[in-house]
Design a protein around this ligand. Structure first.
Ligand code: ARG
Length: 588
């Protein structure tokens, strides 16, 4: 369904060209002075420069062409040359009716099934999932959902950090604790046990212990490095331990991401890229793209237009070890082979910006990725505590994600129980749904690149720009609809009538932005634009609701029209929260 701005622009273009001006001037934007008009066209100013005429004369001539057009209630030329527009309420109501008849309420599937890889989550295996990984999961999930909604074939890949030093640390710590295990018997030649030598609880304790030890014990650290090296070169006993670590952690990670309602199509990791690396290095060398520099193998990536000097990308260290960038390049080769994506999106901390610039440039320079394939890094800022420093537990430790979620749910639970209208069990279930909304909306409503402050009390508030407020609005509409249906009335066949009051028109104007917002938010990879929009729509609904007694309305046609209208609001809000990655309860 055409966007309302485009429909208006279509008429405006005709008007400009019948006056002899280039129709390119007929651009329509939302008004930045809602007190004066709803939409505006500023093209007369630009046209005036080109034609050496007074902008107001051009605007007046264009406006004259549009008099009597049934799309508009008002089109006026104002100094110095603005064209101010108000829509006809009948036209707007018609747009609402068409919206509700469309499958996706007017959003078009512009993606056409094109494949887009979204790389997010990025948890490091065997290290507990902490708040640092929260943002990647929450933002990535939303981008994946937005793309699917627009008809792209989004492939979400968790891209686990499963090939690093943490593996060697765990192996050596395990050796210190249980030297009797067969994995450490160099003369052992039999099969390795099916059963893991640790539970997830033990694993979670082993890693931090090993990591702390490596900071004070140089010999231990060296052993861990050697173990990592041997693992990476296929040493069978360590591969067996690695498989145990993977199986045990993966089950736990899946549970944790599941609790966040975050999903992946692929559970691949850095280890999956390893088979591609020798060929990759060989190829870069053979084609003269990589060269030795201080013992390391590097690829130049600087471009003449760079504003600052970018260092070359190191693809092999002097000790022969592969690096983070090499893993990412290997992964790209695999993705090209298996998926042939039309675009890549990586959701990772913004401090990794240089890394991704290097990887993208090497991939393009070497032709592993076609020049017209888009590669983007969505770099996010830090989640801070109220002190403005990275969020920590009360005693200053790293906050486990599970703990964070439990804290939020408890706080929401007590808020719900304050009203005491529902059973404890229902309150617990509802608290989970509302808690997730609070957490995700609290994150997504900020521009991703910005740091934000995790403020539990604000996030769980039922008022203001919060997830619970949006849910509260949806629940309120559901309750009105339930009461309406309870009277035996049915609005299915009813049409949405032209607005009678200003608040009602406001609400329709807000609804009319829906398809545009969804497209723009995805194009800019900006879930916060969806948040902004559903907040605006919720406010418009709530003030409409405040001014109109929907259920007490005596004219049945008007009443049914309002029911259709608020159903549309509910459907748009629900589609909005769905792409953000959460849902609404029936009551709260
Ligand atoms: N595991 C990485 C980290 O914790 C994030 C991975 C991001 N994705 C990627 N393809 N490099 O920092």
């Amino acid at each position: 369904m055409k966007k309302i701005l485009d429909l208006i622009a279509q008429r405006m273009r005709l008007a400009f060209s019948s006056c002899g001006y280039d129709e390119a001037y007929a651009k329509i934007v939302l008004s930045n002075r809602p007190d004066l008009c709803e939409y505006q066209c500023n093209g007369a100013m630009a046209a005036a420069k080109a034609c050496r005429k007074k902008p107001i004369d051009i605007a007046a001539a264009v406006v004259k062409q549009l008099q009597g057009d049934d799309m508009f209630a008002e089109v006026t030329a104002v100094m110095p040359g603005f064209i101010n527009i108000r829509l006809n309420t009948g036209y707007l109501a018609e747009y609402m009716n068409r919206m509700q008849a469309e499958e996706k309420l007017g959003v078009e599937e512009i993606g056409d099934g094109r494949v887009v890889v979204v790389d997010y989550g990025g948890a490091n295996v065997a290290k507990p999932l902490h708040v640092g990984h929260l943002r990647s999961a929450v933002i990535g999930e939303s981008i994946r959902r937005m793309g699917n909604f627009l008809g792209y074939r989004m492939i979400g890949d968790v891209h686990l950090g499963d090939w690093g030093l943490q593996m060697g640390l765990i192996i050596e710590e395990l050796r210190d604790r249980r030297p009797d295990l067969v994995y450490f018997d160099e003369s052992y030649t039999g099969e390795y046990p099916q059963e893991a030598p640790f539970t997830i609880g033990e694993l979670e304790e082993i890693y931090p212990a090993a990591s702390a030890k490596s900071k004070v014990d140089e010999a231990f650290k060296e052993r861990a490095q050697t173990a990592t090296f041997r693992l990476q070169n296929g040493y069978a006993p360590f591969t067996a331990i690695w498989k145990h670590i993977m199986r045990v952690s993966l089950a736990d990670l899946k549970k944790n991401y599941g609790n966040l309602d975050v999903h992946f199509d692929l559970w691949k990791g850095e280890s999956d890229a390893q088979p591609y690396i020798p060929g990759l290095i060989q190829d870069l060398e053979d084609r003269g793209l990589a060269y030795e520099s201080q013992g390391a193998l590097v690829v130049d990536i600087a471009e003449p237009t760079d504003s600052k000097e970018l260092p070359p990308c190191i693809v092999r260290k002097s000790d022969g070890a592969a690096l983070y960038a090499t893993s990412d390049l290997g992964t790209i080769i695999e993705r090209e082979r298996d998926l042939k994506p039309s675009a890549y999106i990586y959701v990772a901390d913004k401090r990794q910006e240089l890394h991704f610039t290097q990887v993208f440039r090497v991939a393009k320079k070497a032709g592993y990725v076609a020049a017209d394939t888009s590669m983007k890094h969505v770099g996010f800022g830090t989640m801070n505590g109220k002190d403005g420093k990275p969020f920590k537990t009360r005693d200053g430790g790293v906050m486990r994600l599970e703990r964070l979620i439990a804290d939020i749910n408890e706080a929401v639970y007590s808020r719900i129980m304050e009203n005491r209208t529902v059973s404890e069990d229902e309150a617990k279930e509802t608290a989970k749904i509302v808690g997730l909304a609070a957490l995700k909306y609290g994150d997504l409503s900020n521009q991703a690149a910005k740091d934000y402050i995790f403020d539990l009390d604000r996030f769980i508030s039922f008022e203001g720009n919060t997830g619970p407020y949006i849910l509260y609005t949806i629940v309120r509409i559901k309750s009105i609809l339930g009461k309406y249906e309870g009277t035996g009335a049915d609005s299915q066949a009813a049409t949405i009538l032209p607005a009678t009051g200003a608040g009602e028109k406001e609400l329709m104007l807000s609804l009319a932005k829906y398809n545009d917002v969804m497209e723009t938010a995805f194009a800019e990879l900006a879930p916060h634009k969806v948040c902004q929009y559903i907040y605006e729509l919720s406010n418009a609904f709530n003030s409409f609701y405040h001014d109109n007694k929907i259920l007490a309305e005596e004219d049945p046609a008007r009443k049914a029209s309002w029911i259709r209208l608020i159903t549309l609001v509910k459907d748009v809000l629900e589609a909005g929260i769905d792409v953000l990655g959460f849902s609404a309860p029936d009551r709260m």
